[in-house]
Ligand binder design. Sequence first.
Ligand SMILES: Nc1ncnc2c1ncn2[C@@H]1O[C@H](COP(=O)(O)OP(=O)(O)OP(=O)(O)O)[C@@H](O)[C@H]1O
Ligand SMILES: [Mg+2]
Length: 239
Amino acid sequence: MSCSLKLAALSFAYGDREVWSGVDLSVGHKEKVAIIGANGCGKTTILECIAGLAKPLSGQIELFHKPMISRADFEAALRQIGYLLQDADDHFLCPIVEDDVAFSLLANGISRDEAHEKTERILRELGIDALAKKVVYNLSGGEKKLVALAGVLIKEPSLLLLDEPTNALDYSYQLRLAEILSALEQSIVIVSHNQEFIERIVGKIYLLERGVLTLAADLKREILHSHDELPPHTHPHTH
Ligand SMILES: Nc1ncnc2c1ncn2[C@@H]1O[C@H](COP(=O)(O)OP(=O)(O)OP(=O)(O)O)[C@@H](O)[C@H]1O
Ligand SMILES: [Mg+2]
């Protein structure tokens, strides 16, 4: 299988407190997976390790078939990665929505006209074009989340890391977002507590529990084992 991401025997600790260990995860080209688990079990930390923002204690990370060893390896891989942080406020670099969304394109030398056109398109697609001229810091929680997401998607990254993408989103936006993400060709890792949302998008659900990551459901095949976090309505996808 051609993999966008591979974690092998990864472990992580804050000081002498181990958060998780023996984490193995492969995400194929165009594959979409979710990681679920209780608050504080270390889901965000896994995404931070993938993005090179946190350093695992041991184990290997491979991105786009390259082992991540140095800072420079991560920097090169990050050009192809879109990371939606759990807290949208950590994203914003410009006060006006459309400037913030276009920021990464302009920083990479794309012309103003092209950046403007792409920004308009992504804001329209997410249904937030009316926010283009607004001040980021005055937006509601859900609006901020969507603007941050627009800034991530506009780069058209080959791998998306999404930490709690539906936090603060109302139900109709959750449905719209699920539709958008399922239609994307990219590989996606979603961390979420929103079972219904992830089931609309991913093929596999991994559960992080007591420091161990296991495959909890393969929705394209069958439910591997039942768990409190997988309610009875969990069912294999028919598409
Ligand atoms: N900088 C830090 N120093 C020490 N401990 C930390 C630090 N950051 C996180 N932790 C701890 O590591 C554990 C894992 O945190 P993490 O944010 O990865 O959990 P999570 O699964 O994403 O939780 P949530 O569902 O609440 O977002 C938590 O117990 C947290 O308190
Ligand atoms: Mg988290």
